[in-house]
Design a protein. Structure first.
Length: 115
């Protein structure tokens, strides 16, 4: 499984941005998909996940501001980010589990929130 993330960029605080991640290769076996992030000097942390059935989970820090969604027909997972804060600045990574729960990472996409 290969994951290709896109959509990062520079945005002002309070603004919005949408990340996308397309899965390819063995996509019939994709189970849970999600987004993680790693801020400057910080460890990688979970942002949000979505199962193949559409159940979602969010980190407390993004609840009410971020929305994860998934288009199974396009093998794509999205992360709609709103009301962005300076502390949301990070490299965002797409992640997926296949049907036997092997994990795969995409390349990161940088999100920079400016004041």
């Amino acid at each position: 499984v290969q994951l290709q993330a896109s959509g990062g960029g520079l945005v002002q605080a309070g603004g919005s941005l949408r990340l996308s991640c397309v899965a390819s290769g063995g996509i019939f076996s994709i189970n849970q998909m999600g987004w993680y992030r790693q801020g400057p000097g910080k460890q990688r942390e979970l942002v949000a996940t979505v199962t193949s059935g559409g159940s979602t989970h969010y980190a407390d820090s993004v609840k009410g501001r971020f929305t994860i969604s998934r288009d199974n027909a396009k093998n794509t997972v999205y992360l709609q980010m709103s009301s962005l804060k300076l502390q949301d600045t990070a490299v965002y990574y797409c992640h997926a589990y296949d049907s036997v729960w092997r994990g795969y990472w995409g390349q990161g996409t940088l999100v920079t929130v400016s004041s």
